[in-house]
Design a binder for this molecule. Structure first.
Ligand code: GTP
Ligand code: MG
Length: 210
């Protein structure tokens, strides 16, 4: 499936009617500064759709993007065979969450952000088609990452793990580092990814839309 358009809908900090619609939600979660917003820009091929920053704690609301996608996973999706399913458009929400584990900022702020993430992913009635858990490939799975994975698993979420910023690892070390992450997270698909070097985009889109 190819993304044909992507637009910002709104940023929310509490229950909102926008999420009541019958549009499948795909959520992106991970440590603050791990590259969630950049990854959404890479997937949608838009530079500034989601706001990014080198300072952790950039995303402070739950930002919702409306994504239109078309076609199957075959290359010539714009010319589907007659009668093919999936030839029409499909709508999805990409949900860009604030990051966890950001140590700076006031305690009050931190707590607000943590409870926003937990509310949307774990306590609310919202269902996600997929939760994309983004781990920094060069750092590996942190305690906070494992806590999040455990909580998502406990609620039977459909989880895909992304090992992000693989461009930061020496080529000769990539395999080793990915194996280490796999050992820690267990039996989940891990997609090596880099927004900087454009690695993993089609693989992640295939996972998300399958
Ligand atoms: P918060 O919203 O603060 O939680 O951060 P985020 O996870 O949305 O991260 P964001 O996309 O804002 O990126 C954080 C920093 O990482 C920025 O300086 C990006 O340029 C950098 N970054 C993002 N993706 C990559 C990548 O693939 N490789 C490298 N080397 N840097 C990246
Ligand atoms: Mg962000």
């Amino acid at each position: 499936m190819n993304i044909t358009s992507a637009q910002f809908v709104k940023g929310i900090v509490e229950a909102d009617e926008v999420l009541e619609k019958d549009i499948p939600q795909i959520a992106f979660i991970g440590r603050s500064n791990v590259g969630k917003s950049s990854l959404i820009n890479s997937l949608t091929k838009q530079k500034d759709l989601a706001k990014t920053s080198s300072f952790p704690g950039r995303t402070r609301q739950i930002n919702i993007f409306l994504i239109s996608a078309k076609g199957g996973s075959q290359p010539k999706a714009d010319q589907p065979p007659a009668g093919a399913k999936n030839s029409g458009g499909n709508s999805f929400y990409f949900v860009d969450l604030p990051g966890y584990g950001f140590a700076k900022g006031s305690k009050d702020d931190q707590e607000k952000i943590q409870s926003l993430i937990y509310w949307y992913l774990l306590d609310s009635d919202y269902r996600q088609k997929i939760v994309v858990l983004i781990i920094d490939a060069s750092i590996g799975a942190t305690e906070n990452d494992m806590q999040m994975l455990y909580s998502l698993k406990e609620q039977n979420k459909n989880i895909v793990i992304v090992a992000n910023k693989v461009d930061k690892i020496k080529k000769s070390e990539v395999k080793n580092q990915l194996n280490k992450i796999q050992e820690v997270v267990g039996n989940y698909p891990i997609i090596p990814f880099s927004s900087q070097d454009k690695i993993g985009i089609s693989e992640l889109l295939n996972e998300i839309f399958k």
